[in-house]
Design a protein around this ligand. Sequence first.
Ligand code: SF4
Ligand SMILES: [Zn+2]
Ligand SMILES: [Zn+2]
Length: 312
Amino acid sequence: MLTCTLCERTEAVFMRPYSGEKLCGRCFCKSMESKVKATIARYEMLQPDDKIMVAVSGGKDSVILLHILSKIEKRFPEATLCAVTVDEGIRGYRDEALKFAVKNCRKLGVKHIVTSFKEMFGYELDELVSMMREKGEGKLTPCSYCGVLRRRVLNTAAREAGVDKLATAHNLDDETQTMMLNILHGDVLRTARVKPVLTVVHPKLIQRVKPFCEVPEREIAFYAYLKKNEFQGVPCLYAGTALRNDVRTVLNRLEEKHAGTKFTVFRSIERIRPALEAMVEEVKLQECKKCGEPTVGELCKPCQMLEELSIA
Ligand code: SF4
Ligand SMILES: [Zn+2]
Ligand SMILES: [Zn+2]
């Protein structure tokens, strides 16, 4: 029997190849929770009296983030926690995930707001994808639309709820994939802006934080398994279209052969970020002439996208 390296009593059920730790279920969960607390402290993500909103899709990562943050929040009586789910309108996927989001929020007694693309833009993602395909919209994928529109809906929901922070469940895998994608897209300076705590550059933008940015996806999955949390397991039907999938496969292969690769990529970018930030001009945002939301140019990205589909 392999004994847990932390408590030295119980049988180990999880091995962390990058650190050599062998952990029992109890120590594994405790160490993951401590890791999240350490990340929050290192990046000064949250303050003791913050009003926090968690973006809960109903998938494993966001459900576990909600559980862990609700545990942490109990120790800070002046902090509050609520959740938001965006229904993008993806038939056979989001409707199912929404049920899990509702169920978990109810279980934890967390106030839950549900909002949608339909409500905000008048169309579901499925409808936008059909229009996009009819028009033969060049390089844009369903995920490009989905990501831009979801960020807008989340920011609006957070602002209307009057919260200080919007926590998203981006994990170490997501973050390293994004860093590699920025390089592959020839947009490496973008990495200066994509970070664990986003810099607020306009009063209408709510600060986004990523408490899971140092947690591998595999560990979130194991935590969910141990805690028997219920979540949406079926992937989105549009997910296969993204270059991100290829990057994920490559990084997973590298991690398997060379444990710790993802952490190395993450830390390397963290180290060069100050230099990248110094190279990027300070963004001056104005208000979109159509919807009034913050934007670099005259028209914001969501308005541009909808206009390209001739529906705005
Ligand atoms: S996989 Fe793409 S389309 Fe599906 S929910 Fe994620 S970003 Fe949206
Ligand atoms: Zn143990
Ligand atoms: Zn706009």
